[in-house]
Design a protein around this ligand. Structure first.
Ligand code: ADE
Length: 232
């Protein structure tokens, strides 16, 4: 899968894809990530990418021309399955959206800044608007990094144990159960006996019950959805 990211701060996106799981995914060519500096598509001495907003008001708006030039150039090189704009007024990212995106081949992400991008770019090119939560970031780069991370780890072959993504929180609308590693006892806290029992069936049942309980107490909204879907 390939991500192209349009940004005014390419340096901000150097680190997130250069470590651990995503680094290995890129080395194995399962994941490609390319950042494009919007300023390279801006004209004039100052290579200006933003301007005052019509109608007045505080905050700058990202200009149409550099964005259009960059998007047109990238779209002439390949067909994108989605052109995403990261914005607090987009649909909130969740696991099922990540699952769907992980099945695509080419995705372009536009990172917003300042007051956002000129509405006409949204109308003309953007196919999907994604928010990573109900709070405002100083720019879309961290949101783009989160999208690439959450989607990239789902690509077949990226995780060592391919089944492990299947047991993530949210994959079945439930939160993940608690996990433990050695030592079996620490400061008086014992690992539940069942996990030491070696009985895979009972362990699976215990994990499912824990998932249910955790979801019920922490995310009643997800729990309702799960119960409706599964009739438990
Ligand atoms: N840009 C600024 N805030 C954002 C958010 N919450 N999600 C996605 N992009 C953003």
């Amino acid at each position: 899968m390939r991500f192209d990211i349009i940004t005014v701060l390419p340096e901000l996106l150097e680190s997130p894809f250069s470590h651990s799981i995503l680094k290995r995914a890129r080395e194995k060519n399962l994941l490609e990530v390319y950042c494009h500096n919007l300023r390279d598509y801006a004209s004039g001495k100052h290579r200006q990418v933003d301007d005052y907003q019509f109608g007045g008001g505080a905050g700058m708006v990202m200009k149409v021309e550099p964005l259009a030039a960059c998007i047109e150039q990238l779209c002439s090189e390949r067909k994108y399955d989605e052109i995403i704009y990261t914005t607090p007024d987009g649909q909130t990212l969740n696991q099922s959206a990540c699952n769907r995106l992980s099945m695509l081949e080419n995705v372009l992400i536009i990172c917003g800044h300042y007051k956002g991008i000129d509405e006409r770019i949204r109308n003309q090119y953007v196919t999907l608007e994604i928010s990573i939560g109900d709070y405002v970031l100083s720019g879309g780069e961290l949101a783009a990094a989160i999208i690439v991370d959450a989607v990239g780890r789902l690509l077949p072959g990226v995780l060592n144990d391919e089944t492990s993504a299947l047991f993530d929180s949210f994959q079945d609308d439930l939160l993940a159960p608690p996990v433990y590693t050695r030592p079996a006892e620490w400061q008086g806290q014992k690992v539940p006996d069942i996990l030491l029992s070696g009985n895979d069936k009972l362990i699976a049942e215990w994990r499912h019950e824990q998932s249910l309980e955790r979801t019920r107490t922490r995310r009643p909204d997800l729990y309702e959805k799960y119960i409706k879907g599964h009739g438990e």
